[in-house]
Design a protein around this ligand. Structure first.
Ligand SMILES: [Zn+2]
Length: 268
């Protein structure tokens, strides 16, 4: 008697997924500009994360996913027609607060090689940012994982890498605006500590007696300045000289932008 073999592959007929992108996630939908609802026709079971990323939106930007109005995780499998709502980190906090996918407050970062000015601004405000202009992608991802840092990059493919847990894609190309974006995304406003971190190497600065560093100072600096800080990492010495005024002006500029932004939000 011949035994008929069963088909081992279960056939899934094709189906349509409707994705509704909320808030500023539409920023990533450039190819279909102005359209926040996209449709994807699928021929096989696919995770909701893969379908969302196929639309150009990196997963670290997504805080809440609803499938037919119920919260799901990134690994949720799509196998029939569904309505998917995708929310950014600034999604309404009252909407399924237990099911948000992103950590709101993080203080350790890693900036890719194109974000040197952003890294410098964040360090100026006291934030811990690893930055190496020449680092390769795989080195960035390794440091990010080992030190549990949030990845800052404008390379959306890098941000979509499966090992990335926390990250952010600065929308603006202006470093001061990017700095404010990062502070808003990671809730850093209460953690600002200007002039506490080395701009060159990211290590913390420590107060040091003038006598300890006097040998390394220029003649006029020896005369005019009494307060010094030294980097615990690279030994760079900082004092409130003319470069300090420029840095202070930079911080004030960022603070003014912040104040203007919160004023316009209050008026909305
Ligand atoms: Zn240093």
């Amino acid at each position: 008697m011949r035994i008929r073999k069963e088909e081992s592959v279960s056939e899934v007929s094709s189906f349509t997924i409707r994705l509704n992108f909320h808030g500023d996630l539409t920023f990533f939908l450039k190819s279909e500009a102005g359209n926040k609802i996209l449709e994807r026709r699928l021929g096989e079971k696919t995770s909701v994360k893969d379908v969302i990323e196929s639309c150009g939106v990196p997963h670290p930007e997504i805080d809440l996913i609803l499938a037919n109005r119920q919260p799901v995780g990134f690994s949720h499998i799509l196998e029939r027609e569904q309505e998917i709502d995708v929310y950014p980190v600034q999604s309404p906090p009252t909407l399924f607060p237990e099911n948000h996918l992103q950590v709101r407050h993080l203080t350790k970062f890693l900036a890719d090689g194109h974000l040197g000015k952003l890294a410098r601004d964040l360090r100026l405000l006291g934030f811990d940012v690893v930055y190496d202009r020449d680092a390769q992608d795989r080195q960035l991802l390794a440091v990010m994982n080992i030190e549990n840092r949030a990845l800052l990059t404008r390379d959306r493919w890098l941000l979509m890498h499966k090992v990335v847990r926390h990250g952010y894609y600065p929308r603006s190309q202006d470093a001061a605006e990017q700095t404010i974006e990062v502070m808003r995304r990671f809730d850093l406003f209460c953690a600002i500590a200007p002039f506490t971190r080395c701009l060159r190497c990211n290590a913390l600065l420590e107060k040091v007696e003038k006598a300890e560093v006097i040998e390394k100072l220029e003649p006029l600096t020896r005369i005019y300045y009494e307060e010094f800080r030294r980097c615990a990492g690279c030994g760079q010495i900082y004092w409130p000289g003319s470069h300090f005024d420029k840095l202070r002006a930079r911080i004030e500029g960022i603070r003014r932008m912040l104040a203007a932004e919160s004023q316009s939000e209050n008026q909305r």
